[in-house]
Design a protein around this ligand. Structure first.
Ligand code: HEM
Ligand code: HEM
Length: 400
C-alpha cells in the first residue's frame, strides 16, 4: 500500500507549537507528541515534527536523508529561506565542509582558551558585585554579562552598535518561524539591521587582529578563504552566539533557584559544575527547534512513513526529555551528566561554538558555587517567547 498523508491519520496533530500557549510550556505537548508516534504530522503547517531522542539523533546523523539544503534550506518560511540560502546552516556535505571550516578554525578550543583567564576574572567580579547588591535580575545582570562584556571583545565587534546586537540576534531566531507567524514577520527588520551592521562596521580596519573577526579577515587577506565569506560568517556568530548562551545561563540559574538541594550538592562538590551545565542544557535546551527536509520516503516503524520532500521540524527540547532515553526526564539532577544530550545538535551541523559556550557557563557557575550559599527567586519571572529559542526575559533573584 502506498503511504499517503491521509492513511497516517493516527499521527496527525492540530497542535500549534508556535502558539504563545505552547511556547510558554511546551513540555506536556512534547510528551503527547512523543507518545503519538515516532513522528507527527502538523496539519496546520503541513510539516512533520520529530520529538523522540532516538529518532532525532538518527535524523541529525543522516544528512543525506534529512537534508539542510533540500527544499531551500532549514528556515520555515519563504522569506526566511530566501534570506538565508547558501549559508553553512543550509548546506550539506561536501559544500558544508568548506563553509564550516571558517568556524572550526576560529572557534577551535586551542584558540578560544586564551579567553579563559578573562572569563574567570570577569565571572568572579560579576558574582562579587551581585553578592554586594543581594537582589538583581538573573537575565540582565547575570546571564548577559559575559556574552556582552567578554564575548563581544573576543569576536572583535566595533563599539558602536553593540548595544543593539541582542535585538538583532533575537530577530534571527524569531525569523526561523513559519509562514504568517507574527513574531517571524516582525523580526525581519531586526535581522536586516544586523546584517547591515556587519557589512558596514565589522570591517578589516575595525576588528582587532587577535579577535575572531580579525583572524577571519587575515585569512581572507592571505587568500585562504574568499573575502565575501567573512561578513557572512560574522553574521553567523552574531546570530548564534548570544541568545543561546544567555538562555543556557539564565535557565540554569532558575533551575538552581527552584531546586535548592541541587545547588547544595554543587556547592559541596564543584567538580559537578560541568555535569550541572549539561543537565541544564538537557532540561531547557536553549534552541528548541530547527528543521530539515527529507530527500526520500523514511519509514520510522509503527506505521509511520515521512514522505520524500517533507519539511521535518526536529525538537532538541523534546528529545532531551524523552523518557525512553532518560529516567525521570523532568527531574533536574546535577549528577546525571547527560553527555549525549542533543542541545548542541549532533553530526554534521553540531555546534562549533560549544567549547566557548561551555567555558563561559562553567566559569560563571564555578564563581557562583565558590561564593554563594543560597539562590532564591523573589518575584515572578517572565518568559521570552521565541520561535526557536527558550529562555527568560527577566527573573528577580536574591543570593547570599
Ligand atoms: C530564518 C531565520 C534566519 C535568517 C533568515 C537568517 C539570515 C541570515 C543571513 C542573510 C545570513 C548571511 C548574512 C550575509 O550575507 O551577510 C546569515 C548567516 C548566518 N546565520 Fe543566520 N539567519 C537566521 C537564523 C539563524 C539562526 C537561528 C542561527 C543560529 C544557529 C543562524 C546562524 C547563522 C550562521 C552560522 C550564518 C553564517 C553562514 C555561513 O557562514 O555560511 N542564523 N543568516
Ligand atoms: C549554549 C549555547 C549554544 C547552543 C545551545 C547552541 C546550539 C546550536 C545548535 C542546536 C546548532 C545546530 C543548528 C542546525 O541544526 O543547523 C548550532 C549551530 C551553530 N552554532 Fe551553536 N549553540 C550555542 C552557542 C554557540 C556559540 C557561542 C557560537 C559561536 C561563537 C555558536 C556558533 C554556531 C554556528 C556557527 C553554528 C552552525 C554550524 C553548522 O551549520 O555547521 N554557537 N548551535
Amino acid at each position: 500500500m502506498t503511504v499517503t498523508l491521509a492513511n497516517q491519520e493516527h499521527v496527525h496533530t492540530d497542535l500549534d507549537i508556535w502558539s504563545d500557549e505552547v511556547l510558554a510550556n511546551p513540555y506536556p505537548h512534547y510528551k503527547q507528541l512523543r507518545d503519538l508516534g515516532p513522528a507527527a504530522y502538523m496539519t496546520k503547517y503541513d510539516m512533520w515534527i520529530i520529538t523522540r531522542f532516538d529518532v532525532v539523533k538518527s535524523a541529525l546523523a543522516d544528512w543525506a536523508t534529512f537534508s539542510s539544503a533540500h527544499m531551500g534550506g532549514v528556515a520555515l518560511s519563504e522569506d526566511g529561506r530566501a534570506a538565508w540560502s547558501g549559508s553553512v546552516l543550509e548546506s550539506d556535505p561536501p559544500e558544508h565542509t568548506n563553509r564550516r571550516k571558517i568556524f572550526d578554525d576560529t572557534l577551535r578550543p586551542r584558540f578560544v582558551r586564551h579567553a579563559l583567564g578573562d572569563l574567570k576574572q570577569r565571572s568572579e567580579d560579576v558574582v562579587d558585585a551581585l553578592l554586594a547588591r543581594g537582589t538583581f535580575d538573573g537575565v540582565q545582570d547575570f546571564a548577559k554579562d559575559l556574552p556582552l562584556n567578554i564575548i563581544m571583545d573576543l569576536v572583535g565587534w566595533p563599539a558602536d552598535g553593540r548595544e543593539q546586537m541582542l535585538e538583532w540576534a533575537e530577530g534571527a531566531f524569531n525569523a526561523l518561524g513559519p509562514e504568517g507567524n507574527q513574531r517571524m514577520i516582525d523580526s525581519f527588520p531586526k535581522l536586516q539591521a544586523g546584517i547591515e551592521y556587519v557589512r558596514t562596521h565589522a570591517t578589516e580596519d575595525k576588528m582587532p587582529a587577535q579577535s575572531f573577526g580579525g583572524v577571519m579577515h587575515a585569512a581572507a587577506a592571505r587568500g585562504d578563504i574568499p573575502r565575501e565569506v567573512v561578513p557572512i560568517a560574522l553574521t553567523g556568530i552574531l546570530h548564534a552566539s548570544l541568545d543561546t548562551t544567555i538562555n543556557a545561563m539564565s535557565s540554569l540559574l532558575m533551575l538552581f533557584a527552584q531546586n535548592p538541594g541541587q545547588w547544595d550538592i554543587v556547592r559541596q562538590d564543584k567538580s559537578l559544575v560541568p555535569s550541572a551545565f549539561l543537565e541544564g542544557l538537557r532540561l531547557e535546551s536553549p534552541i528548541q527547534f530547527f528543521s530539515r527536509a527529507t530527500t526520500r520516503d523514511v519509514d520510522l516503524g509503527e506505521g509511520v512513513v515521512i514522505p520524500a520532500d517533507s519539511r521535518v521540524v526536529h525538537s532538541y527540547g523534546a528529545a532531551n526529555r524523552d523518557e525512553r532515553r532518560y529516567a525521570d526526564p523532568d527531574r533536574f539532577d546535577v549528577r546525571r551528566n547527560p553527555t549525549d544530550h542533543l542541545a548542541f545538535d549532533h553530526g554534521t551541523h553540531s555546534c562549533p561554538g560549544r567549547t566557548l559556550a561551555t567555558m563561559e557557563a562553567q566559569a560563571l557557575f564555578t564563581a557562583l558555587a565558590e561564593r554563594v550559599e543560597t539562590i532564591e527567586l523573589v518575584g515572578e519571572p517572565t518568559r521570552e517567547l521565541n520561535n526557536s529559542t527558550r529562555g527568560y526575559a527577566s527573573m528577580p533573584i536574591r543570593i547570599r
